[in-house]
Write a protein that binds this ligand. Structure first.
Ligand SMILES: [Ca+2]
Length: 411
């Protein structure tokens, strides 16, 4: 059961810190500046809120969704049998009760999901031939007061989820040979994805039982094979698990930059400046008017400067500031003439071109590639930035939260 949504790293006795591995722009760190209590974060498609920010760079997030054990604590059967099983593939009824392919989204979330890869854990779901009498029998080991059942239907990806149970009857009782019919229910078809949360089926009232049998009447593909992924029973006498508060430690800290005016000198950094009459093209001046404030989209402003000065030996100058962009910057003019244009920052530490998260204009390519692509430029245009060997280095920073480290174009 090593599988989980988020990569988990135990951080010593008692404490759990999670290293979030999420797509760029999805983890804490996606925005600008430090996290704030109440701030909404999207992690793996789930919405969380920042509850508090203890010391040590940790973040406490509120649980995203209701816990699984809504009807009562899990009772895990001690044995399970079925009318038939695909034994050769390891898909026996025991796969319904052994936790195979089944885990919490993260420790303490109290939300249980079942994997879609049927080969995980040497087969993590049960399936058998759909015949005349199809059943699964569970022995709970002793008598419990049952409030209902938790079922994760057959969840194999690639369209095989239609093997899942559709209609079934649930029978239960203290003795194996004297089971009472409790309910007839229709299960939902599993989505065939790793975030499958299963469903709870409540009985009309709690019932004393050690043995439970599912009599399966139909599946979602009208025959062939039928299956389930995991089953638990709800103990009416014990409350289910509630989500624990879990401390997160984001893998990538949000960069914080000193509050400086655009162009203000950064203490300890180099300071490349030019006299007013030097003829450099300052992108923060008219007619370009880039803001460099980390908020305004400066794509068009910088691009216009590049378009206006394609191969004239110009120095295009970016004073200290954070220039937010949301699309590929391209050299203007004819291909292979960019060596005659110089892109110069005021300092390596202070001049930052930052890709906006979730750029609306970039839907087909990874936004991380918007600067200095590793692939060849498309024919007829040059898209690769190169700085002249004669100028100092300056920094290009990937958006906060991206796994790539800051890229520096060294001198
Ligand atoms: Ca399983």
């Amino acid at each position: 059961m090593a599988r989980s949504f988020l990569n988990l790293v135990a951080a010593g006795a008692g404490a759990v810190a999670l290293v979030l591995v999420a797509a760029c722009g999805e983890e804490p760190g996606a925005g600008a500046g430090p996290l704030r209590p109440g701030e909404q974060l999207k992690i793996k498609g789930q919405t969380y809120f920042v509850e508090k920010l203890p010391d040590g760079g940790k973040v406490v997030l509120t649980p995203p969704v209701a816990p699984t054990e809504s009807l009562g604590a899990f009772v895990t059967p001690v044995e399970a049998w079925s009318s038939s099983a695909q034994d050769s593939a390891g898909r026996t009824a025991r796969k319904l009760i052994d936790g195979s392919g089944w885990a919490q989204t993260y420790p303490g979330s109290a939300v249980y999901v079942h994997a879609a890869n049927v080969y995980e854990d040497a087969g993590c779901m049960w399936n058998g031939m759909m015949g005349k009498d199809n059943w699964v029998l569970f022995d709970l080991g002793k008598e419990y007061n049952l409030a209902g059942i938790y079922v994760w239907n057959y969840n194999e990806k690639g369209g095989w989820n239609t093997r899942g149970v559709k209609e079934m009857e649930v029978l239960a009782g203290p003795e194996k040979d004297k089971l009472q019919k409790l309910t007839a229910c229709t299960l939902e078809m599993a989505p065939g994805t790793d975030d499958y949360r299963g469903q709870a089926v409540a009985f009309d009232k709690p019932v004393k039982a050690r043995w439970v049998r599912f009599d399966i009447k139909s599946n979602y593909r009208g025959g062939e094979m039928v299956g389930l992924a995991e089953v638990r029973f709800a103990n009416a006498d014990v409350k289910g698990e509630v989500p624990r508060k879990v401390e997160f430690k984001p893998k990538h800290a949000r960069p914080t930059h000193p509050k400086l005016a655009v162009g203000q000198r950064l203490e300890g950094a180099e300071n490349v400046t030019y006299p007013a009459d030097a003829g450099v093209i300052d992108v923060t001046k008219a007619p370009y008017n880039a803001k460099g404030d980390g908020v305004t989209d400066d794509t068009a402003a910088i691009q216009k400067a590049l378009d206006d000065w394609p191969d004239k030996g110009a120095i295009i100058y970016l004073p200290n500031g954070a220039y937010l962009i949301c699309d590929t910057l391209k050299w203007g003019g004819k291909p292979n003439t960019q060596k005659r244009t110089i892109l110069q920052g005021q300092s390596r530490a202070g001049t930052v071109i930052r890709l906006q998260d979730n750029c609306p204009t970039r839907t087909r390519e990874s936004p991380r590639r918007a600067y200095g692509p590793a692939r060849p430029p498309p024919s007829g245009s040059a898209t690769r930035f190169t700085t002249s060997p004669s100028i100092p280095a300056w920094a290009i920073r990937a958006p906060a939260g991206c796994s790539s480290s800051p890229t520096t174009r060294a001198a």
